[in-house]
Write a protein of this length. Structure first.
Length: 198
C-alpha cells in the first residue's frame, strides 16, 4: 500500500471521529431549552445578583466577586439539584474562604496575583503553592462533609491568590453568599432548566 493510499484511507476515518466528537460536544436540539426557557432562566441568574450589585454600589465593598456568577447560574439553572441546596452553597464557600485564608497566610502572605512576580521566582512559586493548597483543602472539606458546590473552588482561589485576604473581606464574601442564598429562597418561582437524566 502506498503512502497516498494510506492517507486517503485515514482521512474519512478522521472526519468520522471529528463528526462523532462534535455530536457528543453539542447537546441534541431536542434536549436544549426553548428560547423562552433560556430567557427566563437568564433573567433569574441576573436577578439573583441584583441585591448584591446594589450593596456593592452603595457600600463600596466587594460584594460582587467572580465565584458568585457560577453560584447564581447553578441556583437558577438547577434549583432542585443537591449542590444548589443552601447549606451546600454556604458550607462550600465557607470551606473555600477558610482554605484560601490558611493557604495564603501560610504560603503567600503579602503577595497578590494582580502584581505577577517574575517567572521562576520564589514569589511565583509561593502563589502557585497557595492556590494548590487552598484548592486541595477546599475539595477535601467539601467531599468529606458532602457540602459540594463547585463555585467554591473559585472562591478559594480568589482568597489564596491574594485578592481578598483579610478577615473583614472573608466576612464580606460569606455575607454575600448568604444574601445570594436568601434572594434565591425569597424569590423562587422562575428559571430552572434541569439537566436531563443520562
Amino acid at each position: 500500500m502506498s503512502i497516498l493510499e494510506s492517507v486517503e484511507r485515514a482521512i474519512p476515518d478522521r472526519f468520522e471521529r471529528v463528526e462523532r466528537a462534535a455530536v457528543e460536544l453539542f447537546e441534541p436540539v431536542e434536549q436544549r431549552p426553548t428560547t423562552a426557557d433560556a430567557l427566563r432562566t437568564t433573567t433569574r441568574v441576573c436577578s439573583l445578583l441584583v441585591a448584591l450589585a446594589a450593596i456593592a454600589w452603595v457600600s463600596g465593598y466587594p460584594y460582587l466577586f467572580p465565584s458568585l456568577g457560577p453560584s447564581a447560574y447553578a441556583l437558577a439553572v438547577s434549583p432542585s439539584a443537591a449542590t444548589s441546596q443552601p447549606q451546600r452553597v454556604f458550607g462550600a464557600h465557607l470551606f473555600g474562604v477558610v482554605g484560601g485564608l490558611v493557604a495564603y497566610h501560610l504560603l503567600a502572605s503579602g503577595l497578590t496575583v494582580t502584581k505577577l512576580p517574575p517567572a521562576f521566582s520564589l514569589d511565583a512559586a509561593r502563589l502557585a503553592a497557595s492556590a494548590l493548597l487552598s484548592l486541595g483543602l477546599t475539595s477535601f472539606a467539601m467531599l468529606t462533609t458532602d457540602l459540594r458546590h463547585a463555585p467554591a473552588c473559585a472562591t478559594t482561589l480568589i482568597v489564596a491568590l491574594g485578592l481578598l485576604t483579610t478577615v473583614p473581606q472573608a466576612a464580606i464574601i460569606l455575607s454575600a453568599v448568604l444574601v445570594l442564598s436568601a434572594t434565591d429562597r425569597l424569590f423562587p418561582g422562575f428559571g430552572g432548566i434541569e439537566d436531563p437524566p443520562r
